[in-house]
Design a protein around this ligand. Structure first.
Ligand code: GRG
Length: 308
């Protein structure tokens, strides 16, 4: 009931306007990302890193980190280096995912993929450089946060992107290619690791930076895991229902590759309902934060409402 009240409140334009909030936060992230990687010698690698990092995107991961840090008593200055680093890691995962050896895609964020512009060798290195720079960036640029908290953020993030997280999800995804009998448990494993783990790290790292309590961290982790899985279900739905122009990348790839996805198991309508239920459960985790949770509730609802 409280969650339903929260959902109603988010609709009230007078109290909180999600589209304005997302626009302002995206702008803030764009400005910080623009400054995060100067071009120096050897220029080619920095240009390739910047090509994908500054190619747009919804910037949901840094926005989640900033929103959680503020909600739990921190501020933007504390979290902006980590927010940028999260987008660097997300971007590198997209560069590597698009490579011919992985998903083999020509378009991303409405532009040619990194390897199509710079070649596979440079694209691999640009991904590597973004990944390593992300950790350096958190360690060297975070200000006014106790060192032990910065270390906890780095540890949490390292786990979320390595074999226990993104890489683990990606390898099971690769192993599942061409199989028609992929179970729902395997599908959940893939997406809890490939997609939800990084979203969880965005939310939890914002809370760690703000020195949130262990109870808050657990609650926010559950919120993030739920929105993470919902995010992927919607991603699978959009692959079927949206156009290449809307997505900024090739549409209909899952059906063409006969990939097992949430809609291929549940159908489109049931998938939408399951995503909505996960979002509702996520919002229920935020009941105790009152109006301060409006941005996180808004982002959760945006995940199911989005068109790209
Ligand atoms: C992380 C070390 C390391 C290696 C990468 C390739 C790989 C291992 C993992 C694949 C991860 C991947 C591409 C997951 C899909 C996540 C997903 C749904 C991306 C789309 O995110 P959006 O819609 O994209 O937020 P924008 O462009 O808006 O940022």
């Amino acid at each position: 009931m409280v969650a339903a009240d929260n959902l109603r409140r988010i609709d009230s334009k007078t109290e909180f306007d999600l589209s304005i909030y997302l626009k302002q936060r995206k702008q803030l992230c764009e400005e910080a990302l623009e400054k995060s990687i100067p071009v120096v010698y050897p220029e080619k690698i920095y240009e390739a890193m910047r090509y994908s990092l500054l190619a747009g995107g919804k910037r949901l991961r840094p926005i989640l980190c900033l929103a959680t840090c503020e909600m739990t008593g921190g501020n933007i200055e504390m979290a902006i280096p980590t927010a940028c680093a999260l987008e660097m890691i997300h971007t590198m995962s997209l560069i590597h995912d698009d490579l011919p050896a992985m998903d083999n895609d020509d378009y991303r964020r409405g532009k040619l993929t990194n390897h199509k512009v710079y070649g596979e060798d440079v694209a691999i290195l640009a991904g590597d450089a973004l990944l390593t720079y992300a950790f350096e960036y958190i360690a060297s640029q975070t200000k006014n946060v106790a060192a032990d908290r910065v270390l906890r953020v780095i540890t949490h993030l390292g786990r979320a992107v390595g074999a226990a997280g993104l890489v683990g999800g990606q390898i099971v995804d690769l192993e599942s290619e061409g199989k028609s009998d992929v179970s729902i448990d395997t599908l959940n494993f893939i997406h809890n690791h490939k997609t939800a783990a990084l979203l969880e790290a965005c939310v939890v790292s914002g809370a760690i930076l703000a020195d949130a309590s262990p109870v808050d961290l657990q609650r926010l982790s559950r919120y993030a895991k739920n929105i993470g899985l919902a995010f992927q279900i919607v991603d699978d739905i959009l692959d079927i229902t949206a156009t290449q122009e809307e997505l900024g990348k090739t549409a209909g790839k899952d059906i063409a590759a006969q990939k097992v996805t949430y809609p291929s198991i549940w159908g489109l309508e049931e998938s939408r309902l399951k995503a909505q239920k996960l979002i509702q459960e996520a919002c229920e985790e935020l009941e105790s934060y009152g109006e301060k949770a409006n941005p996180l509730i808004g982002v959760a609802n945006y995940i199911t409402a989005r068109k790209h």
